[in-house]
Design a protein around this ligand. Structure first.
Ligand SMILES: NC(=O)c1ccc[n+]([C@@H]2O[C@H](COP(=O)([O-])OP(=O)(O)OC[C@H]3O[C@@H](n4cnc5c(N)ncnc54)[C@H](OP(=O)(O)O)[C@@H]3O)[C@@H](O)[C@H]2O)c1
Length: 140
């Protein structure tokens, strides 16, 4: 497979759990993986995995999301964005502090919305690219 054919995926929250497992799975299947996480300096295994690029991203930081999306798009773009980063709390709702509630909303809701929004122009552009190829296929 040439590098041009290689598919790419951008994952948030790749430091553990499903995000980490997904990064390893896609890399093993030949994809380019941009594995974003809050503390990439602490990640040893993925840092050594072929075709995995680590990127710092805290999805509660809107400016970081914009910068990450720009960097990813500027270095070739992606085929898939996996909004995986998230946080949870167990317990009775009335026991949660306002700070805990805000952290969940900022991460699980606003972080996911902002990440998706930051990549939408890229996917719209890809769609345009695809439709500009179709007439040529029809002609051929
Ligand atoms: N496992 C389940 O049964 C289940 C069920 C329903 C939904 N989910 C959702 O599925 C996703 C993955 O679940 P999991 O079980 O793999 O959870 P996990 O092991 O706790 O992993 C969550 C990941 O999100 C990252 N994260 C948290 N806050 C972040 C932030 N502000 N910016 C960037 N990354 C952040 C964590 O990074 P740090 O290492 O920096 O904390 C961690 O890598 C989560 O969104 C979870 O809420 C899971």
């Amino acid at each position: 497979m040439s590098n041009q054919d290689q598919k790419a995926i951008f994952i948030t929250g790749s430091s553990s759990g499903l995000g980490r497992a997904t990064a390893k799975l896609f890399a093993a299947k030949g994809w380019k993986v941009i594995a974003s996480m809050r503390n990439p300096d602490k990640e040893k295994e993925l840092a050594k995995t072929s075709d995995v690029i680590l990127m710092a991203l805290d999805i509660t930081e809107p400016q970081q999301i914009e910068s990450a999306a720009q960097e990813v798009v500027g270095s070739g773009g992606v085929d898939v964005v996996l909004n995986n980063a998230g946080t949870g709390l167990a317990g009775a709702l009335e026991g949660l502090t306002d700070e805990q509630i805000l952290r969940i909303v900022n991460t699980n809701m606003l972080g996911t919305i902002r990440t998706t929004k930051a990549f939408i122009p890229h996917f719209r552009q890809k769609e345009q690219d695809c439709s500009s190829i179709r007439p040529r296929l029809a002609d051929g």
